[in-house]
Design a protein around this ligand. Sequence first.
Ligand code: NAD
Length: 290
Amino acid sequence: KNLRVAFIGLGAMGGPMAQHLLSAQFEVTGFDLSAEARERFAAVGGVPAETVAEAFNGADVAVTMLPNGKVVQDALFKDGAWQSLSADALVIDMSSSAPNDTRELAERLHQKGLRLVDAPVSGGVKRAVEGSLTIMAGGASDDIDQADPILCAMGGQIFRTGPIGSGHAMKAINNFVSGAGVLAAIEGVLLGRTFGLDPRTIVDILNSSSGKNNATEVKMKQFILSETFGSGFALGLMAKDIRIAADLSKALNLQLPTLAGTADAWDAARHALGPDVDHTKIAQFVKDQA
Ligand code: NAD
């Protein structure tokens, strides 16, 4: 029988991801708080629902792609929405949630006879549209086996990271390294430009040298120097992810000064610019502070 999938969160990432499930012939019912997101989903052949419970109606699998783990728990448990899922449904949280929230959610779901896999993604809107996301999956291996056809429809590479929450821990680590790289690239270019170097030349040389990273290879020219700031990943989401990594280091009693400083810088930028601007706008904040 064809798996029935409920997809909750049809935003910048969830929209194109759900579209790949439709292309792979899954029966997908979707819900998002935003009417515009629901309309976009309907326009590509999805069945939009008016509530989470309506989307869940008899679904074998629930996929969540929401801002954070708290929102995921709300969506599943508010008004008893989970009761509309099929009896032993699998929940796949693909949001970038905090690993400790994920463990708590797994426990809550378990008590209801439901199972959870955490399967956050990397690659941004571009690779969500291509269906070539990197996916990091945590949970019981039988559950990940069951999730696999769904994950394969959206992802290029699927890594199994270990027990529940380990995918979300890995995602926070990735975004710490990525977010630190963005700041280093911005500060490096600002330093060079102030000295008198040409910014595009700086980026070209970094990319031909040991200083290259995703920010120098993609974000710097495409979104920052061009001042288009259109990566599709919000500043508030990046700040949240790096704070998750910083909280994790605290919980594990590790002093990691670069992580702490990176989390503080992204939080300060979120405070100054608001959570909804593109995360690449942190370049303006760095410049103003400098
Ligand atoms: P987004 O803001 O574009 O989408 C989130 C969607 O969730 C919105 O459409 C919003 O209306 C909806 N929503 C919020 N609360 C809801 C609720 N209670 N019920 C139903 N819908 C609700 O964000 P996004 O960029 O798609 O990010 C989603 C997740 O993926 C986040 O955890 C983010 O950190 C992560 N992520 C984003 C990117 C990226 O490049 N944008 C990349 C990797 C991971």
